[in-house]
Design a protein around this ligand. Structure first.
Ligand code: NAP
Length: 264
């Protein structure tokens, strides 16, 4: 029998040379993804509000590869435009956009503030829509034959099942992120851009510090794999979605939670 020519899997997970933008890339899940991308040879722009933190993290990641800091507030259209202009001044195309920046608000139903609701919806849902729309010109220039540009939205298992804590706006926002992902995938797929979501379970971050401090054992006990997520788990799924390996995946929500969301 003749051997099959070539090596199909050689560059299957490569993202080397791609240009990526990771919102909220200065810490937590965004940093896990940004670091994974930089280590895998992508040029990565990170953005968050605190300039000194964003600059320091980009400088640290620049010891491994290429990372540029573009700090800005991102929860309104002006922020989306500032980030776009910062990237457009330096790049002619973007291949990967990770909409990761997010916020949470927990409070009892009776005292849940309108301001908390609005803050969460503005960053977690509206900003994903506005940033994706604003970045379309650069994303379209990032489309290559057989290699779509990629939008990766960070949702949550709290948008898949009812959470343990009272975070009404957050859970609703993450369900919205998942559905917005499907809606955008229909439209942008026609332009050669895929849109997918990752729904993380528990990962160490500033956002989960309080919750993991209070109920880490309970959360681990509820996880079929018996642990919380690691940076490798998050970088792995993002690299898969951004590489040739994930090029035919469009409009899906991938839980990365050790199976927590499958519990009855
Ligand atoms: N950690 C988990 O277990 C978990 C689970 C499910 C889903 N998620 C999702 O994963 C994403 C990242 O969460 P995380 O846990 O890594 O949270 P985190 O540690 O609080 O990080 C949030 C990031 O977003 C930035 N950010 C916050 N508000 C911003 C704003 N208005 N404008 C621009 N940047 C802003 C923060 O930097 P600045 O404060 O400097 O702006 C930071 O870089 C979120 O969408 C979250 O909902 C996390």
């Amino acid at each position: 029998m003749n051997p099959i020519p070539g090596n199909m899997t050689k560059d299957l997970f490569s993202i080397a040379g791609k240009v990526a933008v990771v919102t909220g890339g200065s810490r937590g899940i965004g940093l896990m993804i940004a670091r994974g991308f930089v280590e895998a040879g992508a040029k990565v722009y990170i953005s968050s509000r605190k300039k000194e933190v964003c600059d320091r993290v980009a400088a640290e990641l620049s010891h491994i590869g290429q990372c540029i800091s573009l700090p800005t507030e991102l929860s309104d259209e002006a922020g989306a435009k500032r980030l776009y202009e910062g990237v457009a001044a330096r790049e002619s195309a973007v291949h990967i956009l990770v909409n990761n920046a997010g916020t949470n608000w927990g409070a009892p139903l009776e005292s849940y503030p309108e301001s908390g609701w609005d803050k969460v919806q503005a960053l977690n849902v509206k900003a994903i829509f506005l940033i994706t729309r604003t970045f379309l010109p650069l994303l379209q220039k990032g489309v290559r034959p057989g290699d779509p540009a990629r939008v990766i939205n960070i949702g949550s298992i709290d948008g898949l099942r009812v959470p343990l804590v009272e975070n009404y706006a957050y859970a609703a926002s993450k369900a919205a992120v998942h559905h917005l992902t499907r809606v955008l995938a229909q439209q942008l797929g026609k332009k050669g851009i895929t849109v997918n979501a990752v729904a993380p379970g528990p990962f160490e971050s500033k956002m989960t510090e309080w919750m993991l401090g209070q109920m880490k054992d309970l959360i681990i006990a509820a996880c079929p794999l018996g642990r919380i997520g690691t940076p490798e788990d998050m970088a792995g799924v993002a690299i898969y979605l951004a590489s040739r390996a994930g090029a035919y995946v469009n409009g899906v929500v991938i839980p990365v939670d050790g199976g927590i969301s499958t519990r009855p």
